[in-house]
Design a protein around this ligand. Sequence first.
Ligand code: TXA
Ligand code: MG
Length: 323
Amino acid sequence: MLQTERLKADDAGIARAAGILRHGGLVAFPTETVYGLGADATDPQAVARIYAAKERPSFNPLIAHLDSFESAKAQGVFDETARRLAEAFWPGPLTLVVPVAPGCTISDLARAGLDSVGLRVPAHPLAHALLQKTGRPVAAPSANRSGRVSPTDAGHVLGDLDGRIDAVLDGGVSQVGVESTIVACLGGSPRLLRPGGVPREAIEALIGMKLEGGPEGGKSPLAPGMLASHYAPRARVRLNATEIGQDEAALLFGSAALPGIETARTSLNLSNNGDLVEAAAHLFSFLRQLDASGAATIAVSPIPETGLGEAINDRLRRAAAER
Ligand code: TXA
Ligand code: MG
């Protein structure tokens, strides 16, 4: 059992967090998408501790976080499309999977032995300051136990990982609320491996073509770490609910009144006025709150598949999948 330090979002907290990372420890830190569980990506022992703390069943490749596109170029090879995407969306909620650069210092374990690497430059000012101070790529999956709902504040992180990690840097609530969009640029057309914080439409508009992959893409070429059942609350999750059963917890979207809502155990609305950005920001914390109500089932209203709706529905389908 470790004593998990709670670090404040000031210079001393950032310096302490960077020191722990540079000595091979684990620090959870805020990004604009969700909190990440960070370790020095160049140190295989430190990376191994991530898997142990999360109880991840297998060595999935992790995303390496960097302070700038310049730093990212030392780790991966950017083709024309990757370069345009990085310039348009970094810093921000986009991860690019690109071929490993000859001088790449990211450990094999963080890459799960692949000859590609997932890179991201986060926009959150604390994440940026921490990465600069650490001066190395930081591997970070979401800071939750494997299979659980991703954390969007420091309290969520401690609920899952208190005593298992060295520290958490408390930066308040993550604004985007769903993980980064993952696009692979490995030669040929770019592929969407995971919908996330940058809507598919914004990427397609920039590159002037449709992205391969996604829920409607048939074969559904997921990133290797994406288990069908994931993001799972304890309660069963029932999607596209058009009425709410007695004693169910309801996760609503928009202003439409659902029959049966009067006898629901409890309900929360992701966005009363149907704003998908607001809905994404609330998603994981509302799932946790409804789960805590003790209801056996969480019934979820239909959510449009456009913009951030694609990422929201992806996470909800995983939460609802057979376990
Ligand atoms: O928003 C986010 O992306 C958060 C924050 C902390 O940055 N991180 C995150 O990491 O969601 P994680 O480990 O939960 O998801 C990483 C995903 C996995 O599905 C993994 O398979 C994929 O990225 N990935 C990483 N490197 C890859 C590679 N070389 N090829 C294919 N997929 C890769
Ligand atoms: Mg995760």
